[in-house]
Design a protein around this ligand. Sequence first.
Ligand code: BGC
Length: 356
Amino acid sequence: MSLNRHIVCLLILEVTFASGLLYVCLTSYPIVNHKIWKHKQALFNLAVKEENVSPKELRRETGQSCVFPVHSPSLVPCQQNNLSEKRRILKKSLPWLELEATLNASKTLLPGGYHQPLGCASPQRLAIIIPYRDREVNLKILLNNLHRVLQKQQAEYAIFVVEQENGTPFNRGLIKNIGYVEAKARCHFDCFTFQDVDLVPESERNTYWCGARALHHSRELDILKYRIFYKYHFGGVITLNETFFSTINGYSNLFFMWGGEDDDLFHRLLKKKLPYEFSRYPRYTAMTHKNDPHHTKEEMAVYGKSHLRYETDGLNSTGRLYRLISVDYKPLYTRIYVSVNQTEVLTQLKHYGINL
Ligand code: BGC
């Protein structure tokens, strides 16, 4: 055999060996990966059984920077295939146990409502923050639909339901800021969605995802025959990344009762000249409930002067305004239960010339 033939044979042998090795690696990687993930999951389940486990302790228990048992990313990026434009909304409010069983049939949902697709890598980890009080039926229906949509989109996400204790008027902006702070204390998230409990996405193509702009999802509601509220409406469901949210100092903490905090947030985006966009699949089904009373026109006029206070009223003043009562890693979501310090909020309002 000539020297050239030797070299060619050797090359063929090497290539065959290398591809064999690569094949073994690729096929066994998800199995190994899955085993490690199962182990972390078991540790996590053990840790969440303890009451009042701090995020720090939980992270130590699970040996990672995230309290959820995140598995190492797969080699294959996730694809968003076969997303339907119009999905069937599930409107029945199931008992919790039944809901938990149906949603976790594939066993990929972990305590705290955390999900990571198996077998492919999602490029972003998303925190869904739902401000909540006393809307159990809405919450069940939303979870039944949202988990399905997000899993169809192959998203890696955790759902945080932030519940305000009774006794003080609801403060949606403050509650959303608390959700952001408490989610970040538990894991690194690339992207944050603030989602009203009564709005169900109608399209799987309405991706919960951070692009280069802040995104308003819920532009068109069935109850308004899919007309928009007004051009710069930025309430209901929005998604933005950490940099945007911290640049605008989050939401205002000073809007008690219903409405206004989303308009204020939009002014903050404009003030900071941050780009925004509207979802291409903006349809939502709104579930009915009784609204809290809206602010008076006079209050709105004062609240409207967001540009005078956005640097001091927001994320950087949130810490003084609440107490964490408990954190519960439930099967379908993480419940963050808080009490709001109303006296302190009223003091801050006075400081900005608003007397309620
Ligand atoms: C309120 C917003 C609300 C919008 C649509 C406005 O009057 O200020 O907070 O999102 O109405 O309901």
